[in-house]
Design a protein around this ligand. Structure first.
Ligand code: A3P
Ligand code: MG
Ligand code: MG
Length: 375
């Protein structure tokens, strides 16, 4: 499907957006592939069970082979579930601030974002189902992204239907069956699931000429972690493949698996295949960099160059229109709808108040961070 990138005066009468239109296609020629620099690790941090951010690897886990036919519904009643929250950048900004105080301000960063948001942006040319919205700010040449989740959408996410809730749990239970706090642990349950606890990596990379700092959760490491990302492992679950239709569906899913890991430089993805009722049936390890070659020419084929090309267009489009606004504290809203495309608008005062939600912020950036940039 063609992805339409559209900027227009939105339905909101207060919007002061100029008009601009751009229509990238999925069938791009790639005469000049957009270069993407291998991400390199800047720093790692952990969230504890009380959601405290610590600059250490206390939440890091080691990969261990799961027991055969493990039950992914195990421990469901004991799941400590972190409620879905607004997609704030606070943790990443804390890490970025620490990085800047160590390394100085030598290189200009063009984009600062959580990995999940960058995955959404880059995979948009192939997205046929899920819409998303972002809040964006531009300050001193850096684009800041956060996912925009309305209160209604958050409530919807937090009141997940029981069936969907358990399916989500299967993914976390797989992580527990596959990880331990010691690399030499025997296979088994790695401990009850607490989704407050996360180990995160912050990397720097470059898309075209845009330097980016990206943060995201990493599931585990193989054998050891020496500060580089070549031992990192992403864990995924997926339904058993029973025929060509399932296979095509899985190959489509690989697009998201691929970019999620690619953006943090995670070289290996281990997929646990399962029955609909949550019994593990098979394991398959994928080398992230080989995934595009595996799907090439298949029915659900996708091409990562299309995504990178689109990503570069999207970023420069955003930068050009946002540079036209005179206030660094301006907040922009980008809306993506499958088959419709992307639309951007400048938020009015009311919109900004909603984003700030009565907190100590300038737009969605925390006040402490804003002040830090002034020094
Ligand atoms: P799967 O990975 O097996 O799907 P991640 O894979 O990113 O490490 O996330 C771990 C688990 O969190 C996922 O398991 C899935 O169950 C849940 N999860 C992640 N993103 C989600 C989303 N957008 N919606 C619902 N569940 C999600
Ligand atoms: Mg994860
Ligand atoms: Mg995972």
């Amino acid at each position: 499907p063609a992805t339409k990138l559209r900027l227009s005066p939105s339905s909101s009468p207060a919007s002061k957006s100029p008009v601009s239109l751009l229509y990238p296609q999925t069938s791009q020629s790639h005469t000049r592939p957009v270069p993407f620099q291998q991400p390199s690790s800047l720093l790692t941090f952990s969230y504890t069970d009380s959601r405290e951010l610590q600059f250490n690897d206390s939440a890091m886990r080691y990969y261990v082979e799961p027991p055969p036919r493990a039950e992914l519904g195990y421990g469901y009643d004991r799941w400590v579930r972190r409620p879905d929250a607004k997609g704030r950048l606070d943790g990443l900004l804390e890490a970025f601030s620490k990085i800047r105080s160590k390394d100085g301000n030598s290189q200009e960063v063009g984009v600062l974002s959580w990995r999940g948001v960058m995955t959404k942006i880059l995979t948009a040319p192939y997205e046929e189902r899920d819409a998303w919205e972002l809040n964006v700010m531009l300050r001193d040449g850096t684009l800041y992204f956060e996912e925009h989740l309305t209160d209604a959408r958050l409530q919807e996410k937090n009141e997940m239907a029981p069936h969907q809730r358990i399916q989500t749990y299967y993914g976390y239970a797989f992580e527990s069956w596959c990880t331990a706090s010691d690399p030499h642990s025997p296979p088994g349950w790695g401990g009850d699931v607490d989704t407050n606890v996360q180990w995160c990596s912050v990397v720097k990379t470059k898309l075209g000429s845009t330097r980016m700092v990206i943060g995201g959760e990493v599931d585990c490491v193989r054998d050891k972690y020496d500060g580089r990302n070549d031992s990192l492992v992403e864990l995924k679950t997926s339904m058993n493949i029973r025929g060509p239709q399932d296979e095509a569906r899985f190959e489509k899913k690989l697009l998201k698996f691929y970019f999620q890991s690619f953006l943090l430089g995670v070289p290996e993805i281990i997929v646990g295949f399962r029955t609909p009722k949550g019994q593990l049936t098979a394991l398959q390890s994928f080398k992230t960099m080989q995934i595009p070659r595996m799907v090439r020419g298949k029915p659900g084929a996708w091409d990562p160059h299309t995504c990178l090309e689109w990503g570069e267009q999207f970023l420069s489009w955003l930068r050009v229109i946002m540079s036209g606004s005179d206030h660094p504290s301006s907040v922009w809203r980008v809306k993506f709808a499958p088959c419709v495309g992307v639309e951007g608008m400048l938020l009015d005062e009311e919109g900004v108040r909603e984003v700030e939600a009565g907190e100590d912020r300038v737009g969605f950036l925390p006040l402490w961070y804003w002040h830090e940039l002034e020094n």
